[in-house]
Design a binder for this molecule. Structure first.
Ligand SMILES: Cc1ncc(COP(=O)(O)O)c(C=O)c1O
Length: 338
């Protein structure tokens, strides 16, 4: 959703970094101790596995500075587990959970004074890449790896005002290979990219909703939810799409707010029917819950309800951001003070 990229002092989302990051390597069958180093270019051999065979995965999570100056990390346990699953599927050494937690928390600790207050936050990007120097290793996993935790201070995603998104429905192509959708591999984003670029160019769309064979799955960078005054509906978890931590959080919140939560497969035809009266929204760490105003399908533009962000989208978004910012209690134990 580049069209509404966050800005912090004029810097687009993800282009500003803290002075330091955490890093370690996997070599000779073991992880080296991790260190805090300056955020600076890495020196890698041009024959490194990642440059040829895309052995790369990452995570994206956030930490929030509360009004009293303390810092809270949101559901890092879920992100660490997802990164370990991504590593396994990419045949990369899976970082031990305790190690990854320690790297995230120590990196935050040394960069504490660079975390912006609300509505800004610290976007955390653990990254794992295969660094074995071997261009003949097309059919073997990288035996060496670098693991680092990069930190980016970010502003409010909706600075300048939230606007309803334009989403192109793509009903032929997959976002990612069938068994890879549930992991956060860089290659998945690469394979979706040309669809997203084309949608932007040809339709001024913000994102593409992948619905192979009519099965509504997710967009190039977020999960997809339908809402109305009583219900929240989304696809049930399977290996074709990313199991968003935000999706999971919103489902829990919605149920506790009295919505009926429905996890079932649905078709593009049902989606088009739903949005005559109901709402559609994208969920993810960066966007939280972003309302969809227009769907583009088969050369037609279809308004989602009246084309504006819906009240249930606003309500659920606020319920989650209130917990994250400390304005509301956290009965779920999602936040960890760091
Ligand atoms: C493809 C895709 N789906 C879903 C999500 C939402 O995941 P999460 O809520 O864990 O950020 C993301 C964002 O990271 C994503 O890139």
């Amino acid at each position: 959703m580049a069209a509404q990229a966050e800005s912090l002092q004029g810097a687009p989302f993800g282009t500003r970094f803290t002075r330091q990051m955490a890093i370690c390597r996997f070599h000779d069958g073991a992880w080296t101790p991790h260190e805090i180093v300056a955020t600076a270019p890495l020196s890698l051999h041009p024959g490194a596995h990642v440059f040829h065979y895309a052995s790369a995965c990452f995570e994206g999570l956030k930490a929030y500075r509360w009004g009293d100056g303390s810092v809270r990390l949101f559901r890092s346990d879920r992100h660490v587990e997802r990164m370990r699953a991504s590593a396994e599927l990419l045949c990369l050494p899976a970082p031990p959970a305790a190690r990854l937690h320690a790297m995230i928390e120590q990196a935050i600790d040394v960069c504490r004074d660079e975390i912006p207050p609300a509505p800004g936050s610290l976007y955390i990007r653990p990254t794992l890449i295969g660094t074995e120097t071997n261009i003949g290793a097309a059919g073997t996993g990288s035996r060496d790896a670098h693991l680092y935790v990069l930190l980016s201070p970010v502003g409010d995603y909706f600075s300048g005002g939230a606007r309803a998104l334009r989403i192109l429905i793509e009903d032929r192509h997959l976002r990612a290979p069938g068994d890879f959708g549930a992991v956060k591999a860089g290659a998945n984003y690469a394979s979706a990219l040309h669809h997203v670029e084309r949608a932007r160019r040809q339709h001024a769309a913000d994102q593409v909703l992948f619905c192979p064979g009519g099965d509504v799955q997710e967009t190039g960078a977020s999960n997809f939810l339908l809402l109305d005054d009583q219900r929240l509906m989304t696809k049930p978890l399977n290996e074709a799409f990313l199991h968003g931590v935000t999706r999971d959080s919103l489902l829990r919140l919605a149920a506790d707010l009295g919505y009926t939560v429905i996890e079932r497969d649905f078709s593009v035809a049902e989606l088009l029917d739903w949005v005559q009266l109901g709402e559609a929204a994208l969920s993810g760490t960066a966007a939280v819950l972003a309302g969809v105003g227009t769907l583009i399908y088969d050369g037609r533009e279809i308004a989602v309800r009246n084309g504006a962000i819906g009240p249930n989208t606003e309500r659920l978004r606020k319920a989650l951001t209130d917990i994250q910012s400390g304005t509301a209690a956290d009965p779920y134990g999602w936040l960890k003070q760091v």
